[in-house]
Structures are given as C-alpha cells and as structure tokens.
Design a protein around this ligand. Structure first.
Ligand SMILES: NC(=O)c1ccc[n+]([C@@H]2O[C@H](COP(=O)([O-])OP(=O)(O)OC[C@H]3O[C@@H](n4cnc5c(N)ncnc54)[C@H](OP(=O)(O)O)[C@@H]3O)[C@@H](O)[C@H]2O)c1
Length: 233
C-alpha cells in the first residue's frame, strides 16, 4: 500500500534502476506509490525489474535504450512523450576488481571512465533539463567508500568515485545548482544481498538506503552530501 509520497507525486527517474542498488530504490519507490521511470540498456534486466514490480502495474515505466549515449536517447524519448520526472536518482557504475592501477590495460581504464564517470555526467546533462517544470527539482547520485578511500586493486573505482564526488560539487557550485538540488549519498559498505560482496562482515541494509532516498527527495533542506554506514551484525 502506498505510504507517503503517493501517485500524485511527480515521477522519479532511476538511472541504473536495473542494477543492484538502483533496483532496490526503484522497487521501493514503486511500492510507495510513485511512478518510476527506468531507462536501461538490458531488456532482460528490465523484464526482471518489471516482474518484481508486477503488483504495482503501470507505475514502473521501462524505457529500453541502446547505443553509446543511452541517457541522451532516453531523455529525447521522454521529452517527446511529455514525460518529466520531478527527481532523478543515479545509481550507475557498480564495482570491479581490476588489479593494480599501474598495470591496468588502457581499454579497462576507458571502460571505467565511461561507466563510472562519463555516464554520470551524461545522465546529468540528459535528465536535468527534464526537471525544469518540477516544484523541487532534485538530483541524487549514489557513490561508494572507494571515492574517499584508496582501494588497492580497484583503483579505477576510487579515481572515478572521487571525480564523481567532485562532479556533484561542481554542479552545486555552477548556476544550475541554484535551481536544482544536487545530492550525493555515499554507501560506505557493501549492501546486504549483493552476492558480489565476498566479505560481508558488516553491511548496509536495503531499508537504510530507501529511507535515506525518501528523506532526500522529500526534504528541500537536506544536506548536500550524506553517507550510510554498515549495521553491525
Ligand atoms: N552494490 C553494493 O554493495 C554497493 C556498495 C557501496 C556502494 N555502491 C554504489 O552504488 C552504485 C550502484 O552500484 P550497483 O552495485 O548497484 O551497480 P550494478 O549492480 O553494477 O548496476 C550498475 C547500473 O549502472 C548501469 N550502467 C553502468 N554503466 C553504464 C553506462 N555506461 N551507461 C548507462 N548505464 C550504465 C548498469 O546498466 P546495464 O545493466 O545496462 O549495464 C546498471 O543498471 C555505485 O555508485 C556504487 O559505488 C554499491
């Protein structure tokens, strides 16, 4: 049953909604009565998300996109359909262990830059103009501990995470930051249920994430940068 925001609230676009963290956020918002737009490149992952939201039919709006600039394609289609989100949550990137940075092959570095950094800039460039008609335009990015802690063996994630943090800071400092609320929510530990996590000694729970996102979307006075910490077991 919808609890707080309800279906009258403007849609939320979840970029990366087919991913692990984005999926948690998309499913929770839909269950809470929000319409949620999820642009994604994988038809299979979109179908899985739709199936998980089957009880809330119609509120999950899947948008299959392709090519090397998927966010721009998604934004063009949304603008053409007159669909405008009131808030965007970007849970893009993920995690990988690639070995020592000194040995990282050029193509892996390029892929990390594209998936973990350029995809965030392009998502901002594509979706922020759609927030124009919103009462409280809000843009939230998810980040991880590697942004502020040098992760040996996952150096590209640390470098791009630090740059992603600065991306949000620059957006806040530039003119657009006066009209759109940019926020970053940093997850400083692995999220419970992610089977890619090989050492789950302490974890962040999905409900910590969804509560934090609800608070950011609903609070014009929310802090720019927030962090979630593991609940000890
Ligand atoms: N999972 C955790 O335990 C954990 C812990 C701490 C922090 N975080 C943070 O949470 C955020 C999301 O992580 P995650 O684990 O949910 O990642 P994930 O499961 O790997 O999902 C990443 C999402 O990003 C999309 N994506 C990747 N590259 C893209 C590109 N170039 N263009 C468009 N979309 C792209 C993927 O779409 P496709 O399906 O099309 O590839 C996918 O939907 C990251 O900032 C991460 O640092 C996660």
């Amino acid at each position: 049953m919808p609890t707080s925001a309800g279906s009258a609230a403007p849609p939320v676009l979840v970029a990366g909604g087919t991913g692990f963290v984005g999926g948690i956020i998309a499913r929770s918002l839909v269950a809470d009565g929000r319409t949620v737009i999820v642009p994604a490149r994988s038809a299979d992952r979109l179908s899985a998300l739709l199936a998980a939201c089957a009880d809330f039919s119609g509120r999950l709006v899947p948008l299959e996109v392709s090519g090397s600039h998927p966010h721009f394609q998604a934004a063009e289609r949304l603008a053409a359909d007159g669909r405008r989100p009131g808030a965007v949550v970007a849970a893009l990137g993920g995690w990988s262990k690639t070995g020592a940075l000194i040995d990282l092959p050029g193509e892996q570095w390029e892929r990390a830059l594209r998936d973990h950094l350029t995809s965030h800039l392009e998502a901002m460039q594509a979706y922020v103009p759609l927030l124009g008609g919103s009462v409280d335009p809000t843009y939230i990015t998810l980040n991880g501990a590697a942004a502020s802690e040098a992760m040996a063996g996952s150096g590209a994630i640390s470098v791009t995470g630090a740059a992603q943090h600065m991306l949000t800071s620059v957006m806040r400092a530039e003119a657009i930051g006066a009209t759109v609320r940019f926020h970053e929510l940093s997850l400083t530990a692995a999220v419970a249920g992610d089977d890619r996590n090989l050492d789950p000694t302490s974890q962040i729970t999905p409900s910590q994430i969804t509560l934090a996102i609800d608070r950011l979307i609903g609070n014009p006075l929310a802090e720019a940068f927030g962090a979630l910490y593991a609940e000890r077991r």
